[in-house]
Design a binder for this molecule. Sequence first.
Ligand SMILES: NC(=O)c1ccc[n+]([C@@H]2O[C@H](COP(=O)([O-])OP(=O)(O)OC[C@H]3O[C@@H](n4cnc5c(N)ncnc54)[C@H](O)[C@@H]3O)[C@@H](O)[C@H]2O)c1
Length: 316
Amino acid sequence: MKVIITGGAGFVGRYLVEALVGKEEVVVFDNFSSSRRKFLRELDIKIIEGDIKNFEEVKNACREVDVVYHFAADPDVRRSLKEPLENFRIDVLGTLNILESSRLNNVPQVVFASSSVVYGNAKIPTPENAPIVPISNYGAAKAASEHYVGTYSQLYGIKATVLRYANIIGPRLTHGVVYDFYRKLETNPKELEIFGDGNQEKSYLHVNDAIDATLFAVQKTRKEFSVFNVGSEEQITVKRIADLIVSTLGLEDVQYGYSGGKIGWPGDVPIMLLSIDKLKSLGWEPRFGIEESILNTVDWLRSNRCKQGLERKRCL
Ligand SMILES: NC(=O)c1ccc[n+]([C@@H]2O[C@H](COP(=O)([O-])OP(=O)(O)OC[C@H]3O[C@@H](n4cnc5c(N)ncnc54)[C@H](O)[C@@H]3O)[C@@H](O)[C@H]2O)c1
């Protein structure tokens, strides 16, 4: 089978590439805007440098493909607040380009990386049939994209799996709260700025579990269109994450500064926990605990990042 993975050089996409290489003929489609081509070196794959906003590039890339894994996105809630049009172009128009290219090339199957953010401030634990009420432009973009995936599946018979991920962490992490706290403490081990009041409580999943769940869900997709939450059954506060990282790094007397308020930034969902009953009922469950996942991430960052002061692009 020939599979194309958009965003295959990104944090999650690269793990998916590694899981599928050797089993499928893997093509990565990425513009390397938040990743590097060299992340994929030594992998037996074809790389297409292209932009999902460019329909012709996407259409050409999707020729004779059996499955499209659409993971390319701008996943930054804060940037989507400042640049909603560009976020729309990447996250919605980009997805529509993928779907239309799949239709025109008779691609039978699409897998779409969505997010817990589509639910907004939902009752927790949040099941797949909860109302879709996003509170950020990024969330709205993922929700709109999911709807297009649904209509393309229904109208054109494309088998589709939508995966609504919780926060994913693990080795090679490049963004999110664990990464941000680590970077800040690396720069200044005496102070840590925390957005919000630190009581935001969210769920995090190890990237290895996320990939296992992804492949499991795709394999279990029987209906034309299926939606799965992908998360863990644990939550942790932002303050506890800070404490864990501080103690793992062996730091003492770190002063926490809080920006205040219940949310970290406009569009932030402060309390998040997905119900994973649907995947569990089919036989999948996460293997990593939440604190174990954070420690594993910090351990990797500590042993693999360059010394303080060096530019990130050169380090990773
Ligand atoms: N990481 C998480 O916690 C998380 C949680 C929920 C959902 N998701 C979703 O999972 C997917 C992967 O997330 P990630 O954390 O690996 O993100 P990432 O930013 O690490 O990777 C995204 C990849 O997409 C590429 N890309 C961005 N814009 C592109 C464009 N216009 N054309 C082609 N390629 C482009 C980037 O270069 C990068 O390689 C995204 O769709 C994201 O919304 C991630």
